[in-house]
Design a protein around this ligand. Sequence first.
Ligand code: HEC
Length: 297
Amino acid sequence: MMGGDRGANGHAGGSRRTRPWPRALGRSVARRTLALAFAAPFGFAACTGLAGCGFSMISMIPLASAQHAPAASGAAPPAAPPAASSVASSADDPAGAPAVVPPRRFGIGRQADAVDIAGWDIDVRPDGHGLPHGRGSVKEGEAIYERRCAACHGEFGEGAGRWPALAGGSGTLAADRPVKTVGSFWPYASTLLDYIRRAQPFGAPQSLRDDEVYAVAAYLLFLNDLVDENFVLSRETLRNVRMPNAARFYDDDRESAERAFWNANPCMSGCKDSVTVIGRARALDATPPDGAPRAAD
Ligand code: HEC
């Protein structure tokens, strides 16, 4: 059943549906917040646009490295400035010739430490490896979803305006217009945790606590009719969630399935006795007639 059908069934009705932001406004706010999210790992206090961020990135890096450089991370101390190190003194060189020592480091940045790496190393695998501690119920998820997600994804995951749908679409994958959603397409529930935790809500990624991510993921599973309303999602229960489309994902088998096609000696000339033209672009109205105005004119 499509997520949109729930609304049409009178469960909610269009009137309660949250209005999407005006698109242009939404995009620019999202872009600005994204820039902020990008900036955060580098330790900027604030920046209001990509250009601003770029500027502060250049001016901040040497500062950060100076603060952290030698003792704090146990990294090798930065090399002396290249100008001083590139031609070493000949004092202890028996031959007396100046030794040219290429700078091995530029003296900026520092070795990533365990805390830095932990901030980036947040992937969750289909077998559950990497799942954070936490839990959240469908009911808790509903409240969070309505506040943080519904403006774009629709109250029932049907997608508001042109924002993506997250529910419904089951049975449409082979149709002319497949509706690919979490429920109809995604093979693993772990991806929900992984993706929401790293990238959503769009424009404010990584602003949800792990419990909130579990809750909102539980609610999305519920909107896709995959769990009931009393379900609580956690590291343990997530492993038991089976996604309907999982079996249709398989390892790339083109090497065997298309073996006949992969010919080591492909025919390069005279491959067919005769050639029959079965269609022409003009018949499809794909070729504008001579002298017709071009679209840009
Ligand atoms: C400002 C609008 C906006 C908000 C708010 C928002 N999203 Fe999204 N969401 C998007 C956009 C845009 C994409 C597609 C991003 C892409 O493809 O890079 C997306 C993609 C997704 C997807 C993947 C859909 C797919 O099938 O590929 C999931 C899951 C998702 N969002 C969940 C959430 C959740 C959960 C929340 C609330 C915590 C949320 N989103 C809030 C705009 C939004």
